[in-house]
Design a binder for this molecule. Structure first.
Ligand code: KIV
Length: 283
């Protein structure tokens, strides 16, 4: 486990740039992934709406529902003890305005155990209402995947003078509205640097270069599980997709040849003590 506090809190994370510390965040969508990320010592675990793509198999993030997100936030919560757990507000869960946003975010906190929510886009009214309702907000600007129809696809944002100015203004506005951190996705490195220098709150980059105050990756990208897309900004730290395929193929081969199960993996003695069986299952 890395250095740092016993438990990561919003105030501690917000002050990270002032301490000169970089934040590491990964996504997770269930108990084992949450537990592994937590044990690995990341600062924040995000139950991202990327759930829609990397777990549920959709082509984009637009269709994932509050109920689906809540189900996965609850599961992830059971695995995360130390990192700050952030729930991503899915498309349509805050777009009707502050009242809808607060109602849905409260569900993430009360029913899911989330400690903060993430909001895509410069919805200043929503950020302010959530902060007023005591719900910490992580903002998210740049390539916000919930805006893909407006953007015309997954494209680098903040290019050109107008877009650059708009992003700088939006970043300042979400900070002033009370966000405790800001995800910057797929924007040019110099712009991410300018935002990071201008804001007091930490910026957490993905495809935004090395000058952010932290970095985030989607767990299935980092582990090499996601097969369909391989964005340029992803570094694969493992090839678990390949390893899993090989392991499953080995199991199937052993079943077909009769190699599995062996005597040691069977209960050959009809009087095998119940206590031993229970120990095997960890009861
Ligand atoms: O949903 C997600 O995984 C995200 C991260 C890429 C920041 O929003």
């Amino acid at each position: 486990m890395g250095e740092g506090p016993k438990k990561f809190t919003v105030p501690w994370l917000r002050e990270a740039p002032q301490r000169g510390e970089r934040l590491a965040m990964v996504t997770a969508y269930d108990y084992p992934a949450g537990r592994l990320a937590d044990q690995a010592g990341v600062d924040l675990v995000l139950v991202g709406d990327s759930l829609a793509m990397v777990v549920l198999g959709h082509a984009d993030t637009l269709s994932v529902t509050m109920e689906e997100m809540l189900h996965h936030v609850r599961a992830t919560r059971r695995g995360v003890e130390r990192a700050l757990l952030v729930a991503d507000m899915p498309f349509g869960s805050f777009h009707l305005g502050p009242d809808q946003a607060v109602a849905n975010a409260l569900r993430f906190v009360k029913e899911g155990g989330a400690q903060a929510v993430k909001i895509e886009g410069a919805r200043i009214d929503v950020v302010r209402a959530l902060v007023d309702a005591e719900i910490p907000v992580m903002a998210h600007l740049g390539l916000t995947p919930q805006s893909i129809h407006r953007f015309g696809g997954f494209k680098v944002q903040g290019r050109g003078a107008g877009a650059r100015e708009a992003l700088l203004a939006a970043a300042t506005a979400v900070e002033e509205a009370g966000a405790f951190s800001l995800v910057l996705e797929c924007i040019p490195t110099p712009l991410a640097r300018e935002v990071s220098e201008r804001l007091a709150i930490p910026t957490i980059g993905i495809g935004a270069g090395p000058h952010c105050d932290g970095q985030v990756l989607v767990l299935h990208d980092l582990l090499g599980v996601e097969q369909r897309i391989a964005p340029r900004f992803v570094r694969r730290y493992a090839e678990l997709g390949r390893d899993a395929r090989e392991a499953i193929a080995a199991f199937a081969r052993d079943v077909r040849t009769g190699e599995f199960p062996s005597a040691g993996e069977s209960f050959e003695d009809p009087d095998y003590p119940q206590a031993t069986i229970e120990r095997l299952y960890g009861a």
